[in-house]
Design a protein. Structure first.
Length: 447
């Protein structure tokens, strides 16, 4: 590393630390080989955030160590460990743009910093000249909330969170993101000898990262494992933005509900930020504690008031804790459809508790609940049995010309949402038929 000329413009760190909360980060610097430590990646993000707020002509940047410590919430007294992590950024070479998202510029292999100096409780740092301008004025980028990264506990969580946020973009509310296992390992910078068995990779890297992202970030993540034969070959991430604002369709639903039912009034106009925070926490509660899919949770929150949802969830939670509800998601939807507040959920619960089938409560469970029940049942099956059931359904599509999903299947393939929906309803119908057959058999044996 060569010494930088003292004639270079140095940007002074006079920024109010409270302003450095959102980082505009180039996609190519998100999609990198993750060779640095958990602490170093957080430092790197803060340094870039400070650099981007300095004058455009700046070449050498600086930040006070006390400001850096505050931004990354570094409370340890081991300053030497912090300095070592800072210096490692100049000695660690990474590959940028590994998935070729930025096709308009030349990237390659560079150090994260070309040089760094620590002097008089300040950090002076420089970026490689070939990529400095790209980092300061990105053409493709993601907006990252730097307060989130401090809540994670591993570099894998940060790397996956940045990547999913980047691919989701700023305009989409949800997306399905397919990532081959080989690409996921590259993004995490895992050595060939690390976590060679998928069960270890899932337990040590994938699930902890997803759990932390769901707990601390503004996106909700689900995972679907894709196989080729018996081997896992790809990961399908379902990503949903946890919006703090109501969309146009949601506002319309609110107005309709307010006009038709004054008792179930959605309080979204007068309560401001407090209600928005409640909405976000309820979304996480619905998806993480009660097992609803993000799209269903969003629909629930657009159709019912926050207090109505919260109070019904409290009732459902008390019933679920007794251990007799088999399908929490379906039961929750049933509660919301009929309003279990004031003990109205007790009747259905008693039927289930006494050993009866869940058919007694089926009238209150709408189509979405049936789909959710079918999905949970199907996902627990061995891969070979899943494929047999899928083949039978496809055979039915080819024979029954009036099937609602037939045209979608032949035009778009099995993965089209309408085909998946039809598949789940097909499973739900057969499960219900099997339960009815079992009940009839039981009644005959009693007779």
């Amino acid at each position: 590393m060569t010494e930088q000329s003292e004639s270079f413009s140095i940007g002074k760190s006079v920024i109010d630390g409270r302003e450095v909360r959102t980082l505009i980060k180039h996609s190519a610097s998100i999609q990198i080989t993750n060779r640095i430590s958990f602490l170093a990646r957080r430092i790197s993000n803060v340094l870039l955030a400070y650099a981007r707020r300095m004058p455009a002509e700046t070449v050498a940047y600086e930040i006070q160590i006390i400001d850096l410590r505050r931004e990354i919430e570094y409370n340890s007294k081991n300053i030497e460990h912090l300095k070592s992590a800072i210096k490692s950024l100049a000695g660690t070479v990474v590959e940028y743009n590994i998935f070729d998202k930025d096709r308009g510029n030349e990237w390659g292999v560079f150090a994260l910093l070309s040089q760094v100096k620590i002097k008089d409780n300040k950090v002076l740092y420089w970026y490689p000249p070939d990529i400095r301008e790209l980092l300061m004025s990105p053409n493709v980028y993601a907006k990252l909330d730097l307060t989130v990264q401090n809540k994670f506990s591993s570099k894998h969580s940060i790397a996956l969170w940045e990547y999913l946020t980047d691919v989701l973009g700023s305009k989409r509310a949800e997306a399905e993101i397919l990532l081959a296992i080989a690409d996921f390992r590259k993004l995490m910078s895992l050595e060939s000898r690390e976590y060679t068995e998928f069960c270890d990779l899932s337990k040590r890297v994938i699930k902890p990262a997803i759990n932390e992202i769901n707990a601390h970030s503004k996106i909700s993540v689900t995972l679907d494992i894709k196989r080729k034969g018996r081997a896992v070959n790809a990961l399908l991430f379902g990503v949903t933005r946890l919006s703090m604002e109501l969309g146009a369709s949601e506002r319309q639903s609110v107005e309709q509900l307010e006009n038709s039912n004054q008792e179930v009034k959605i309080e979204c106009k007068s309560q401001g930020s407090r209600k928005r925070e409640d909405r976000e926490s309820l979304f996480k509660r619905l998806t993480q504690s009660f097992g609803l899919k993000p799209i269903i949770a969003t629909k629930v929150l657009s159709e019912y008031s926050l207090d109505y949802v919260s109070e019904n969830l409290d009732v459902v939670e008390s019933i679920v804790n007794k251990g007799t509800v088999r399908n929490v998601a379906a039961y929750t939807i049933g509660a919301l459809k009929t309003d279990y507040r004031g003990g109205s959920g007790k009747k259905v619960f008693d039927v289930v508790e006494k050993g009866g089938s869940q058919d007694a409560g089926s009238e209150i469970i709408d189509e979405e609940a049936k789909i959710e029940m079918a999905r949970q049942w199907y996902e627990k099956l061995p891969f070979e049995r899943q494929e047999r059931i899928k083949d039978l359904f496809i055979a039915e599509l080819n024979v029954v010309q009036t099937h609602p999903a037939r045209a979608y299947y032949h035009k778009h393939g099995f993965k089209h949402p309408q085909v998946i929906r039809g598949f789940m309803l097909h499973i739900a119908k057969n499960l219900e038929k099997r339960r009815n057959d079992q009940r009839v058999t039981g009644e005959k044996s009693l007779g």
